[in-house]
Design a protein around this ligand. Structure first.
Ligand code: FAD
Length: 450
Protein backbone atom coordinates (compact mmCIF):
# COMPACT_ATOMS: atom_id res chain seq x y z
CA UNK A 1 0.00 0.00 0.00
CA UNK A 2 1.07 3.60 -0.48
CA UNK A 3 2.71 5.57 2.33
CA UNK A 4 0.25 7.39 4.59
CA UNK A 5 0.95 10.73 6.29
CA UNK A 6 -1.09 12.86 8.62
CA UNK A 7 -0.77 15.81 6.27
CA UNK A 8 0.53 16.23 2.73
CA UNK A 9 1.45 19.78 1.76
CA UNK A 10 1.38 20.45 -1.97
CA UNK A 11 3.83 23.17 -3.01
CA UNK A 12 7.01 24.37 -1.32
CA UNK A 13 6.63 28.12 -1.71
CA UNK A 14 6.50 30.41 1.30
CA UNK A 15 2.94 29.40 2.27
CA UNK A 16 3.57 25.65 2.00
CA UNK A 17 6.79 25.94 3.96
CA UNK A 18 5.31 28.08 6.73
CA UNK A 19 2.34 25.67 6.97
CA UNK A 20 4.68 22.66 7.25
CA UNK A 21 6.82 24.38 9.85
CA UNK A 22 3.85 25.16 12.11
CA UNK A 23 2.60 21.57 11.82
CA UNK A 24 6.03 20.21 12.74
CA UNK A 25 6.29 22.58 15.68
CA UNK A 26 2.96 21.25 16.91
CA UNK A 27 4.05 17.65 16.90
CA UNK A 28 2.95 16.56 13.42
CA UNK A 29 6.11 14.78 12.30
CA UNK A 30 4.61 12.48 9.67
CA UNK A 31 4.06 15.18 7.10
CA UNK A 32 5.14 15.22 3.50
CA UNK A 33 5.78 18.10 1.10
CA UNK A 34 5.29 17.45 -2.62
CA UNK A 35 6.80 20.12 -4.88
CA UNK A 36 6.45 20.08 -8.66
CA UNK A 37 9.66 21.90 -9.52
CA UNK A 38 13.23 20.96 -8.58
CA UNK A 39 13.54 23.56 -5.80
CA UNK A 40 11.74 25.15 -2.88
CA UNK A 41 10.75 28.83 -3.02
CA UNK A 42 8.07 29.00 -5.71
CA UNK A 43 7.63 32.65 -6.63
CA UNK A 44 10.60 33.60 -4.48
CA UNK A 45 13.44 32.90 -6.81
CA UNK A 46 16.88 34.32 -7.42
CA UNK A 47 19.13 33.79 -10.38
CA UNK A 48 22.73 34.72 -11.08
CA UNK A 49 22.75 37.40 -13.74
CA UNK A 50 25.54 39.74 -14.76
CA UNK A 51 27.58 38.77 -11.71
CA UNK A 52 24.92 39.40 -9.05
CA UNK A 53 21.77 37.76 -7.65
CA UNK A 54 18.61 39.11 -9.22
CA UNK A 55 15.11 38.31 -7.99
CA UNK A 56 12.86 37.01 -10.75
CA UNK A 57 9.84 36.86 -8.45
CA UNK A 58 9.26 38.75 -5.22
CA UNK A 59 11.85 41.51 -4.86
CA UNK A 60 10.58 43.78 -2.13
CA UNK A 61 9.61 43.46 1.47
CA UNK A 62 6.58 45.69 1.27
CA UNK A 63 5.03 47.27 4.34
CA UNK A 64 7.71 48.42 6.75
CA UNK A 65 7.86 51.18 9.37
CA UNK A 66 4.23 51.13 10.50
CA UNK A 67 2.42 50.46 13.72
CA UNK A 68 2.66 46.69 13.39
CA UNK A 69 5.73 44.67 12.47
CA UNK A 70 5.70 42.86 9.14
CA UNK A 71 6.66 39.27 10.05
CA UNK A 72 8.71 38.88 6.87
CA UNK A 73 10.67 42.03 7.69
CA UNK A 74 11.36 40.59 11.15
CA UNK A 75 12.59 37.29 9.68
CA UNK A 76 14.81 39.18 7.25
CA UNK A 77 16.24 41.26 10.08
CA UNK A 78 17.04 38.16 12.14
CA UNK A 79 18.97 36.69 9.23
CA UNK A 80 20.70 39.91 8.37
CA UNK A 81 19.32 39.84 4.85
CA UNK A 82 20.76 42.78 2.93
CA UNK A 83 18.07 45.23 1.78
CA UNK A 84 17.86 48.68 0.18
CA UNK A 85 15.19 51.29 0.77
CA UNK A 86 13.20 52.00 -2.38
CA UNK A 87 11.60 55.36 -2.98
CA UNK A 88 9.24 55.11 -5.92
CA UNK A 89 7.82 58.54 -5.32
CA UNK A 90 10.53 60.23 -7.39
CA UNK A 91 9.69 58.18 -10.46
CA UNK A 92 7.03 60.66 -11.47
CA UNK A 93 9.68 63.36 -11.91
CA UNK A 94 11.80 61.19 -14.16
CA UNK A 95 9.35 60.76 -17.01
CA UNK A 96 10.91 60.69 -20.48
CA UNK A 97 9.08 61.33 -23.71
CA UNK A 98 10.00 59.57 -26.95
CA UNK A 99 12.56 62.20 -27.85
CA UNK A 100 14.40 61.78 -24.56
CA UNK A 101 13.15 64.99 -22.93
CA UNK A 102 12.18 64.81 -19.27
CA UNK A 103 8.73 66.25 -18.59
CA UNK A 104 8.93 69.37 -16.41
CA UNK A 105 7.93 68.49 -12.86
CA UNK A 106 4.87 70.78 -13.01
CA UNK A 107 3.36 68.92 -15.96
CA UNK A 108 4.20 65.59 -14.36
CA UNK A 109 2.57 66.63 -11.08
CA UNK A 110 -0.57 67.89 -12.86
CA UNK A 111 -0.96 64.69 -14.88
CA UNK A 112 -0.38 62.71 -11.74
CA UNK A 113 -3.06 64.55 -9.82
CA UNK A 114 -5.48 64.13 -12.70
CA UNK A 115 -4.83 60.39 -12.83
CA UNK A 116 -5.30 59.96 -9.09
CA UNK A 117 -8.54 61.99 -9.20
CA UNK A 118 -9.81 59.94 -12.09
CA UNK A 119 -9.02 56.67 -10.32
CA UNK A 120 -10.73 57.84 -7.14
CA UNK A 121 -13.75 58.98 -9.14
CA UNK A 122 -13.97 55.61 -10.86
CA UNK A 123 -13.78 53.83 -7.54
CA UNK A 124 -16.57 56.00 -6.07
CA UNK A 125 -18.75 55.33 -9.10
CA UNK A 126 -18.18 51.62 -8.71
CA UNK A 127 -19.01 51.83 -5.03
CA UNK A 128 -22.14 53.83 -5.74
CA UNK A 129 -23.01 51.04 -8.15
CA UNK A 130 -23.47 53.33 -11.14
CA UNK A 131 -20.68 51.81 -13.15
CA UNK A 132 -19.54 53.73 -16.18
CA UNK A 133 -16.20 52.38 -17.18
CA UNK A 134 -16.52 53.64 -20.73
CA UNK A 135 -17.64 50.22 -21.95
CA UNK A 136 -20.99 51.59 -23.13
CA UNK A 137 -19.25 53.75 -25.68
CA UNK A 138 -19.14 57.01 -23.72
CA UNK A 139 -15.75 58.15 -22.61
CA UNK A 140 -15.03 59.38 -19.12
CA UNK A 141 -13.85 62.99 -19.11
CA UNK A 142 -10.70 61.95 -17.26
CA UNK A 143 -9.76 58.97 -19.45
CA UNK A 144 -5.97 59.03 -19.99
CA UNK A 145 -5.03 59.76 -23.60
CA UNK A 146 -1.61 61.33 -23.95
CA UNK A 147 1.57 59.27 -23.48
CA UNK A 148 2.31 60.86 -20.10
CA UNK A 149 -1.25 60.30 -18.91
CA UNK A 150 -1.10 56.69 -20.05
CA UNK A 151 2.24 56.17 -18.32
CA UNK A 152 0.95 57.58 -15.06
CA UNK A 153 -2.27 55.62 -15.32
CA UNK A 154 -0.16 52.48 -15.76
CA UNK A 155 2.05 53.27 -12.76
CA UNK A 156 -0.95 54.08 -10.62
CA UNK A 157 -2.98 51.00 -11.44
CA UNK A 158 -0.28 48.42 -11.92
CA UNK A 159 2.01 49.53 -9.09
CA UNK A 160 0.77 51.93 -6.49
CA UNK A 161 -2.98 51.64 -6.02
CA UNK A 162 -2.27 52.67 -2.43
CA UNK A 163 -2.90 56.30 -3.34
CA UNK A 164 -6.39 55.49 -4.50
CA UNK A 165 -7.47 52.82 -2.09
CA UNK A 166 -6.04 51.98 1.31
CA UNK A 167 -4.06 48.73 1.09
CA UNK A 168 -3.85 46.68 4.29
CA UNK A 169 -0.15 46.02 3.83
CA UNK A 170 0.68 49.73 4.01
CA UNK A 171 -1.99 50.59 6.57
CA UNK A 172 -0.91 47.86 9.00
CA UNK A 173 2.80 47.50 8.40
CA UNK A 174 3.83 50.91 7.06
CA UNK A 175 4.47 52.53 3.73
CA UNK A 176 8.12 51.79 3.27
CA UNK A 177 9.41 49.16 0.87
CA UNK A 178 12.82 47.51 0.89
CA UNK A 179 14.42 45.80 -2.06
CA UNK A 180 16.15 42.55 -1.19
CA UNK A 181 19.73 42.88 -2.45
CA UNK A 182 21.46 39.86 -1.01
CA UNK A 183 23.61 37.37 -2.90
CA UNK A 184 21.86 34.55 -1.01
CA UNK A 185 18.55 35.80 -2.37
CA UNK A 186 15.14 36.39 -0.85
CA UNK A 187 14.86 32.57 -0.87
CA UNK A 188 17.48 32.36 1.89
CA UNK A 189 14.55 33.13 4.21
CA UNK A 190 12.89 29.90 3.11
CA UNK A 191 16.00 27.76 3.55
CA UNK A 192 16.35 29.13 7.06
CA UNK A 193 12.73 28.28 7.76
CA UNK A 194 13.27 24.76 6.39
CA UNK A 195 16.30 24.28 8.62
CA UNK A 196 14.12 24.59 11.67
CA UNK A 197 12.03 21.51 10.94
CA UNK A 198 13.67 19.51 8.15
CA UNK A 199 16.95 17.65 8.21
CA UNK A 200 19.56 19.79 6.45
CA UNK A 201 23.28 19.65 5.98
CA UNK A 202 25.64 22.25 4.50
CA UNK A 203 22.83 24.37 3.11
CA UNK A 204 21.07 21.41 1.52
CA UNK A 205 17.74 19.92 2.55
CA UNK A 206 18.25 16.16 2.88
CA UNK A 207 14.95 15.30 4.53
CA UNK A 208 12.99 12.71 2.56
CA UNK A 209 9.70 14.24 3.71
CA UNK A 210 10.39 16.95 1.11
CA UNK A 211 9.90 15.47 -2.35
CA UNK A 212 10.92 17.60 -5.32
CA UNK A 213 9.90 17.02 -8.96
CA UNK A 214 6.55 15.63 -7.81
CA UNK A 215 3.83 17.12 -9.97
CA UNK A 216 0.47 16.46 -8.33
CA UNK A 217 -2.17 15.64 -10.95
CA UNK A 218 -5.05 14.19 -8.98
CA UNK A 219 -6.62 14.49 -5.56
CA UNK A 220 -9.14 11.82 -4.70
CA UNK A 221 -10.87 12.65 -1.46
CA UNK A 222 -13.44 11.05 0.79
CA UNK A 223 -14.60 11.26 4.39
CA UNK A 224 -11.67 9.07 5.39
CA UNK A 225 -8.72 10.69 3.68
CA UNK A 226 -7.09 11.93 0.50
CA UNK A 227 -5.21 10.00 -2.16
CA UNK A 228 -2.67 12.06 -4.08
CA UNK A 229 -1.39 10.93 -7.48
CA UNK A 230 1.64 12.50 -9.13
CA UNK A 231 2.60 12.71 -12.78
CA UNK A 232 5.25 10.00 -12.39
CA UNK A 233 2.59 7.58 -11.19
CA UNK A 234 3.34 7.69 -7.45
CA UNK A 235 0.44 7.49 -5.02
CA UNK A 236 0.44 9.00 -1.53
CA UNK A 237 -2.21 8.83 1.15
CA UNK A 238 -2.93 11.36 3.86
CA UNK A 239 -5.54 12.25 6.42
CA UNK A 240 -5.41 15.86 5.25
CA UNK A 241 -4.01 17.82 2.32
CA UNK A 242 -2.88 21.44 2.32
CA UNK A 243 -2.95 22.73 -1.25
CA UNK A 244 -0.78 25.81 -1.76
CA UNK A 245 -0.64 26.06 -5.57
CA UNK A 246 -1.30 29.52 -7.05
CA UNK A 247 -4.70 30.82 -8.15
CA UNK A 248 -3.51 30.51 -11.76
CA UNK A 249 -2.79 26.80 -11.26
CA UNK A 250 -6.19 26.31 -9.60
CA UNK A 251 -7.79 27.92 -12.66
CA UNK A 252 -5.86 25.58 -14.97
CA UNK A 253 -6.53 21.87 -15.39
CA UNK A 254 -3.23 20.69 -13.88
CA UNK A 255 -4.88 19.10 -10.85
CA UNK A 256 -8.13 17.18 -11.09
CA UNK A 257 -10.33 16.54 -8.11
CA UNK A 258 -12.37 13.39 -7.51
CA UNK A 259 -15.14 14.07 -6.70
CA UNK A 260 -14.94 17.45 -8.49
CA UNK A 261 -14.84 20.64 -6.44
CA UNK A 262 -18.29 22.06 -5.64
CA UNK A 263 -19.72 24.89 -7.75
CA UNK A 264 -19.30 27.59 -5.08
CA UNK A 265 -15.59 26.74 -5.00
CA UNK A 266 -14.90 26.71 -8.73
CA UNK A 267 -16.93 29.89 -9.21
CA UNK A 268 -14.94 31.72 -6.55
CA UNK A 269 -11.66 30.52 -8.11
CA UNK A 270 -12.77 31.92 -11.48
CA UNK A 271 -13.61 35.31 -9.96
CA UNK A 272 -10.08 36.06 -8.80
CA UNK A 273 -7.91 37.77 -11.43
CA UNK A 274 -4.38 36.67 -12.12
CA UNK A 275 -1.81 39.45 -12.51
CA UNK A 276 1.21 38.87 -14.68
CA UNK A 277 4.22 40.94 -13.65
CA UNK A 278 7.51 40.56 -15.45
CA UNK A 279 10.86 42.03 -14.52
CA UNK A 280 13.22 42.00 -17.48
CA UNK A 281 16.91 42.35 -16.60
CA UNK A 282 19.42 43.92 -18.98
CA UNK A 283 23.18 43.90 -18.50
CA UNK A 284 25.34 46.66 -20.03
CA UNK A 285 29.09 47.13 -20.46
CA UNK A 286 28.81 50.52 -18.71
CA UNK A 287 26.25 52.96 -17.30
CA UNK A 288 24.66 55.59 -19.49
CA UNK A 289 21.68 56.48 -17.29
CA UNK A 290 21.62 59.10 -14.54
CA UNK A 291 22.41 57.64 -11.14
CA UNK A 292 21.75 58.72 -7.61
CA UNK A 293 18.94 57.94 -5.21
CA UNK A 294 16.31 60.20 -6.81
CA UNK A 295 17.01 58.66 -10.18
CA UNK A 296 16.56 55.01 -9.24
CA UNK A 297 13.18 54.76 -10.97
CA UNK A 298 12.28 56.28 -14.30
CA UNK A 299 9.37 56.20 -16.67
CA UNK A 300 9.02 56.01 -20.43
CA UNK A 301 5.90 57.66 -21.86
CA UNK A 302 4.71 55.97 -25.04
CA UNK A 303 1.34 56.05 -26.82
CA UNK A 304 0.90 52.38 -26.04
CA UNK A 305 -0.08 51.85 -22.40
CA UNK A 306 2.43 49.74 -20.50
CA UNK A 307 5.00 49.61 -23.30
CA UNK A 308 8.34 49.38 -21.41
CA UNK A 309 7.02 52.03 -19.04
CA UNK A 310 8.63 51.39 -15.69
CA UNK A 311 12.44 51.27 -15.30
CA UNK A 312 14.84 50.84 -12.42
CA UNK A 313 18.62 50.93 -12.27
CA UNK A 314 20.35 48.53 -9.90
CA UNK A 315 23.18 50.82 -8.84
CA UNK A 316 21.72 51.34 -5.36
CA UNK A 317 21.33 47.61 -4.80
CA UNK A 318 24.55 46.53 -6.51
CA UNK A 319 26.88 49.42 -7.36
CA UNK A 320 28.82 48.83 -10.55
CA UNK A 321 26.55 46.03 -11.72
CA UNK A 322 25.43 48.03 -14.79
CA UNK A 323 22.02 46.38 -14.76
CA UNK A 324 18.67 47.91 -15.69
CA UNK A 325 15.29 46.36 -14.94
CA UNK A 326 12.12 47.10 -16.87
CA UNK A 327 8.75 45.89 -15.66
CA UNK A 328 5.91 44.78 -17.89
CA UNK A 329 2.51 43.56 -16.79
CA UNK A 330 -0.47 41.57 -18.04
CA UNK A 331 -0.95 41.90 -21.84
CA UNK A 332 2.58 43.18 -22.44
CA UNK A 333 3.99 40.40 -20.24
CA UNK A 334 2.14 37.73 -22.19
CA UNK A 335 3.19 39.25 -25.51
CA UNK A 336 6.85 39.30 -24.52
CA UNK A 337 6.73 35.80 -23.04
CA UNK A 338 5.56 34.51 -26.40
CA UNK A 339 8.39 36.06 -28.43
CA UNK A 340 12.11 35.35 -28.52
CA UNK A 341 14.41 37.13 -26.07
CA UNK A 342 16.28 38.67 -29.04
CA UNK A 343 13.05 40.31 -30.15
CA UNK A 344 12.47 41.65 -26.63
CA UNK A 345 16.04 42.91 -26.44
CA UNK A 346 15.54 44.79 -29.72
CA UNK A 347 12.38 46.45 -28.40
CA UNK A 348 13.96 47.39 -25.08
CA UNK A 349 17.01 48.87 -26.85
CA UNK A 350 14.70 50.90 -29.09
CA UNK A 351 13.05 52.37 -26.02
CA UNK A 352 16.37 53.10 -24.31
CA UNK A 353 17.68 54.81 -27.49
CA UNK A 354 14.53 56.99 -27.50
CA UNK A 355 15.34 58.04 -23.95
CA UNK A 356 19.15 58.22 -24.00
CA UNK A 357 20.09 58.69 -27.64
CA UNK A 358 21.45 56.49 -30.42
CA UNK A 359 24.98 56.10 -29.05
CA UNK A 360 24.32 53.98 -25.99
CA UNK A 361 25.83 50.48 -26.00
CA UNK A 362 23.81 47.34 -26.62
CA UNK A 363 22.91 45.19 -23.67
CA UNK A 364 25.22 42.20 -23.46
CA UNK A 365 22.71 39.95 -21.76
CA UNK A 366 18.96 39.77 -21.14
CA UNK A 367 16.84 37.73 -18.74
CA UNK A 368 13.10 37.37 -19.30
CA UNK A 369 11.19 35.38 -16.66
CA UNK A 370 8.09 33.57 -17.91
CA UNK A 371 5.66 33.32 -15.01
CA UNK A 372 2.60 33.13 -17.25
CA UNK A 373 3.79 30.17 -19.32
CA UNK A 374 5.11 28.27 -16.31
CA UNK A 375 2.52 25.54 -15.75
CA UNK A 376 3.36 25.51 -12.03
CA UNK A 377 2.58 29.25 -11.74
CA UNK A 378 0.27 30.54 -14.50
CA UNK A 379 0.79 34.14 -13.50
CA UNK A 380 2.48 36.25 -10.85
CA UNK A 381 -0.09 36.90 -8.14
CA UNK A 382 -3.76 37.15 -7.30
CA UNK A 383 -5.70 40.34 -7.73
CA UNK A 384 -9.22 40.53 -6.37
CA UNK A 385 -11.54 42.89 -8.26
CA UNK A 386 -11.48 46.26 -6.44
CA UNK A 387 -15.10 46.01 -5.49
CA UNK A 388 -15.36 42.45 -4.33
CA UNK A 389 -16.72 41.36 -1.02
CA UNK A 390 -14.84 39.07 1.28
CA UNK A 391 -17.06 36.20 0.21
CA UNK A 392 -14.86 35.45 -2.80
CA UNK A 393 -11.65 35.13 -0.81
CA UNK A 394 -13.45 33.24 1.96
CA UNK A 395 -14.78 30.71 -0.55
CA UNK A 396 -11.36 30.34 -2.15
CA UNK A 397 -9.89 29.68 1.27
CA UNK A 398 -12.61 27.39 2.62
CA UNK A 399 -11.70 23.70 2.87
CA UNK A 400 -13.47 21.07 0.80
CA UNK A 401 -13.70 17.96 2.93
CA UNK A 402 -10.15 17.09 3.91
CA UNK A 403 -8.51 19.42 1.38
CA UNK A 404 -7.40 22.73 2.89
CA UNK A 405 -6.41 25.68 0.73
CA UNK A 406 -3.57 28.08 1.37
CA UNK A 407 -1.29 30.46 -0.56
CA UNK A 408 -1.12 34.23 -0.97
CA UNK A 409 -4.51 34.21 -2.73
CA UNK A 410 -6.18 32.94 0.46
CA UNK A 411 -5.00 35.90 2.51
CA UNK A 412 -7.88 38.27 3.07
CA UNK A 413 -5.67 41.23 3.96
CA UNK A 414 -2.33 40.62 2.29
CA UNK A 415 -2.95 38.71 -0.92
CA UNK A 416 -0.30 39.21 -3.57
CA UNK A 417 2.57 39.53 -1.10
CA UNK A 418 5.20 37.29 0.47
CA UNK A 419 3.89 38.09 3.96
CA UNK A 420 0.39 37.18 2.69
CA UNK A 421 1.65 33.72 1.72
CA UNK A 422 3.61 33.37 4.94
CA UNK A 423 0.65 34.28 7.18
CA UNK A 424 -1.80 32.22 5.11
CA UNK A 425 0.35 29.13 5.65
CA UNK A 426 0.26 29.65 9.41
CA UNK A 427 -3.49 30.19 9.34
CA UNK A 428 -4.26 27.11 7.29
CA UNK A 429 -2.03 24.82 9.32
CA UNK A 430 -3.79 25.99 12.49
CA UNK A 431 -7.15 25.07 10.97
CA UNK A 432 -5.79 21.62 10.04
CA UNK A 433 -4.35 21.16 13.54
CA UNK A 434 -7.78 21.84 14.97
CA UNK A 435 -9.26 19.07 12.81
CA UNK A 436 -6.52 16.68 13.86
CA UNK A 437 -7.22 17.45 17.53
CA UNK A 438 -10.92 16.81 16.94
CA UNK A 439 -10.11 13.43 15.36
CA UNK A 440 -7.91 12.57 18.33
CA UNK A 441 -10.67 13.39 20.81
CA UNK A 442 -13.11 11.27 18.81
CA UNK A 443 -10.69 8.33 18.87
CA UNK A 444 -10.14 8.75 22.61
CA UNK A 445 -13.87 8.66 23.24
CA UNK A 446 -14.27 5.57 21.09
CA UNK A 447 -11.46 3.81 22.94
CA UNK A 448 -13.04 4.62 26.28
CA UNK A 449 -16.24 2.94 25.15
CA UNK A 450 -14.46 -0.38 24.66
P1 FAD B 1 4.13 29.82 -4.61
O1 FAD B 1 5.39 30.49 -4.27
O2 FAD B 1 3.70 29.86 -6.02
O3 FAD B 1 4.22 28.30 -4.12
C1 FAD B 1 3.42 27.30 -4.67
C2 FAD B 1 4.30 26.11 -5.05
O4 FAD B 1 3.47 25.08 -5.59
C3 FAD B 1 5.33 26.41 -6.13
O5 FAD B 1 6.62 26.09 -5.66
C4 FAD B 1 4.93 25.51 -7.31
O6 FAD B 1 6.03 25.01 -8.02
C5 FAD B 1 4.19 24.41 -6.59
N1 FAD B 1 3.22 23.69 -7.44
C6 FAD B 1 2.41 24.19 -8.40
N2 FAD B 1 1.66 23.23 -8.95
C7 FAD B 1 2.01 22.08 -8.33
C8 FAD B 1 1.59 20.72 -8.47
N3 FAD B 1 0.66 20.36 -9.35
N4 FAD B 1 2.16 19.78 -7.68
C9 FAD B 1 3.11 20.13 -6.76
N5 FAD B 1 3.54 21.40 -6.59
C10 FAD B 1 2.98 22.36 -7.37
N6 FAD B 1 5.54 39.82 -3.11
C11 FAD B 1 6.07 40.73 -2.26
O7 FAD B 1 5.81 40.70 -1.05
N7 FAD B 1 6.93 41.70 -2.74
C12 FAD B 1 7.25 41.77 -4.04
O8 FAD B 1 8.06 42.63 -4.44
C13 FAD B 1 6.70 40.84 -4.95
N8 FAD B 1 6.99 40.90 -6.27
C14 FAD B 1 6.62 39.87 -7.08
C15 FAD B 1 7.10 39.84 -8.39
C16 FAD B 1 6.82 38.77 -9.21
C17 FAD B 1 7.39 38.75 -10.62
C18 FAD B 1 6.05 37.68 -8.72
C19 FAD B 1 5.80 36.48 -9.56
C20 FAD B 1 5.55 37.72 -7.42
C21 FAD B 1 5.82 38.80 -6.59
N9 FAD B 1 5.36 38.88 -5.27
C22 FAD B 1 5.83 39.85 -4.43
C23 FAD B 1 4.38 37.90 -4.75
C24 FAD B 1 5.02 36.77 -3.94
O9 FAD B 1 6.11 36.25 -4.64
C25 FAD B 1 3.96 35.68 -3.72
O10 FAD B 1 2.81 36.26 -3.12
C26 FAD B 1 4.43 34.52 -2.83
O11 FAD B 1 5.76 34.16 -3.05
C27 FAD B 1 3.49 33.34 -3.07
O12 FAD B 1 3.80 32.26 -2.24
P2 FAD B 1 2.84 30.99 -2.26
O13 FAD B 1 3.40 30.00 -1.32
O14 FAD B 1 1.45 31.41 -2.07
O15 FAD B 1 2.90 30.41 -3.76
Amino acid sequence: SSPCSSVIIIGAGVSGMSAAKVLAENGIQDLMILEASDRIGGRIRKEKFGGVSVELGAGWIAGVGGKEANPVWELAAQLGLRTCFSDYSNARYNIYDRSGKIFPSGIAADSYKKAVDSAIQKLRDLEANCVDDGSNGTELPLTPKTPIELAIDFILHDFEMAEVEPISTYVDFGEREFLVADERGYEFLLYKMAEEFLFTSEGKILDNRLKLNKVVRELQHSRNGVTVTTEDGCVYEANYVILSVSIGVLQSDLISFRPPLPRWKTEAIEKCDVMVYTKIFLKFPYKFWPCGPEKEFFIYAHERRGYYTFWQHMENAYPGSNILVVTLTNGESKRVEAQSDEETLKEAMGVLRDMFGPDIPNATNILVPRWWNNRFQRGSYSNYPIISNNQVVNDIKAPVGRIFFTGEHTSERFNGYVHGGYLAGIDTSKAVLEEIRKDERKNDNQNQNF
